[in-house]
Design a protein around this ligand. Structure first.
Ligand code: AMP
Length: 229
């Protein structure tokens, strides 16, 4: 299956993507993670994207599309993939369609992960991420057993540079202006399912499975775009 996770920053796309990836046996591809890795390794790409990310702005489309397409050509994407954070605007969505259509492929389902903005801001301001494996924690609702140490791999937990409240507000603005129009783009195609992600990581995973199942069991038509609560 080829799946897109849509949603505002902090809505929980990452924590929904991981269990889906395990269940379906396909990789999660996060353009944000690719960029962060390049920044930490101080590559040329990392140096280029850093200033955009620090402002909460989008990295230029040409560059992002190239990075994504190169990743999709890797072998472990042949059975399918879950995109987390791409596309971020209609242009990127169209480029992705062109890229897949060349091989007679297309996106099967778009999971719109929804959470109210005030909860997002609260959630992000308490978020910690493992430097090594990318697992996410929350200082209030999902606390690591040892402070600042990842339960899964023992890595060090950090606060993402772009999770400070001013930058988060900027990222949410960017989402409304550029990314949200993608909801209609996919709705028109009958491949959009929306889930509320307001009840913790485990419940979020269950709702995501249900949303994908709901989609798999439905006919492709205008009535399909569902809401899973
Ligand atoms: P994320 O981890 O998806 O929240 O992305 C973190 C940051 O990486 C964003 O705020 C953007 O600066 C950049 N980024 C990630 N994905 C994209 C994309 N598809 N297009 C442009 N910029 C992106």
């Amino acid at each position: 299956m080829r799946i897109i996770l849509l949603g505002a920053p902090g809505a929980g796309k990452g924590s929904v993507g991981k269990p889906l990836s395990k269940q379906l046996g396909i990789p999660v591809i996060s353009t944000g993670d690719i960029f962060r890795k390049n920044i930490s390794e101080n590559t040329k790409l990392g140096q280029t994207v850093k200033s955009y990310m620090e402002k909460g702005a989008l990295v230029p489309d040409e560059l992002t599309v190239k990075v994504l397409e190169e990743r999709l050509l890797e072998e472990n994407c042949s059975k399918g993939f879950i995109l987390d954070g791409f596309p971020r605007n209609i242009f990127q969505g169209e480029k992705l369609d062109d890229f897949l259509n060349k091989d007679g492929k297309s996106i099967d389902v778009v999971l719109n992960v929804h959470l109210d903005d005030d909860i997002i801001i609260n959630r992000i301001s308490n978020r910690q991420v493992c430097e090594d494996c990318g697992a996410t924690y929350n200082k209030i609702s999902h606390i690591s057993q040892k402070p600042d140490v990842c339960d899964k791999c023992g890595g060090h937990l950090i606060v993402r540079a772009d999770d400070s409240s001013d930058i988060v507000k900027e990222r949410i603005k960017t989402y409304y202006k550029q990314t949200k129009p993608l909801i209609n783009y996919y709705k028109k195609r009958g491949i959009l399912v929306t889930m509320e992600n307001d009840s913790g990581v485990e419940e979020g995973a269950l709702r995501a499975f249900a949303a994908i199942e709901h989609f798999k069991n439905s006919e492709k038509n205008d009535e399909l775009n569902g809401v899973v609560k």
